[in-house]
Design a protein around this ligand. Sequence first.
Ligand code: MUC
Ligand code: MG
Length: 394
Amino acid sequence: MPATHFIERIQARILDIATIRPHKLSFGAISQQSPVIVQLWLSNGASGFGEAATIGGPSWNEESPESILHAINEHLAPALLGTDGTRAGQALALMDTRCRGNAFAKSAVEMALIDALARTLGVPAWQLLGGKRHESLPLAWTLASGDVQRDLEEAHLRLEQKRHRIFKMKIGARAPEADLAHVSQIARGLEGHATLTVDVNQAWDGNTARRFLPRMIDAGVTLIEQPVAKWNVEALKTLTTALGDRASIMADETVCTPQDAMRLAREQACHVFSLKVAKHGGLLRTRAVAEIAEAADIGWYGGTMLETSLGSAASAHVFSTLGTQHHGCELFGPQLLVDDIVTERMPIVDFELQLPDGPGLGIEIDPERLERFDRARQGLNATHVDLGRRTLTV
Ligand code: MUC
Ligand code: MG
């Protein structure tokens, strides 16, 4: 009989970490990330860490750091305490019965559980996720300062440093003509040295997308992310059919659950899925969505919610297990933050992120930094409940 290790304690907290510059998206600019960090202890003494980050509070989708913290403290942790921690799939099913939706909150808990389990077994998390198929992945950077000169300086520096040669531009906040001018200037400045993606973050209607995307492609863009609202699968499909021989259309906000993935696959409504551990509800469900992609001849891209090195490493573990039909990844969250919570970041060598080995998620959390960035400790919002020990931090 394999050993049973009960879930003994779960602690969640919000951190506040500034970004190195404002990051401008179609719905606003962010200058701080507020990831929720979970630590989960098993009865054998092992513990693991998980993270869920949102972008712009609840601007990117429904969940916010505060709602994630609430869902974990009030619903998910009480459901899991005392249950068998060696059954991650069962833990997910239990969380589903106690709490609908709330994929980000569930993903942080599942990540911590898988880290603790992998550490218990002394293996890297990727071994529990099907086994590694990639040692490294091409790493994109997002140009989102809002200023052409600054974007170009950033891109040239990163090319020189051999860190990034895939650049994503955030558009949709300004008039499409202004975005087109911005993208065209950047494309001219980087011609022959980099590949370009645009992420519209749902800002355009179908007609605007049909008019402006061909001109973005003429300018040099090869990958187009979420040009229309998440519900607008019809328009996504039309664009995929019309532009398919010239560029790839990528779904991001539209593809969260395996059911979303099935619909897009059935309708052949995009060429690529942007995979994100948080929106899929964990590492195991990221694999479920990726498997639907593979079966439907849809490619994958390793997306980010601008996590610290903790969430980025967890994403790297699951991405390392996926197939060959990929467009690289954008796990650059740590580089956008002024500081981190790990002792050592994943290295970037020759434009590629090196995927971590070592037990669990393969990174070590720095407890001093965890305390320093803790929102409750900074006195901004004292909502840090420690379940298991039932202590309340104020
Ligand atoms: C998104 O929608 O892809 C990820 C990278 C970035 O720059 O913004 C995010 C959100
Ligand atoms: Mg996106």
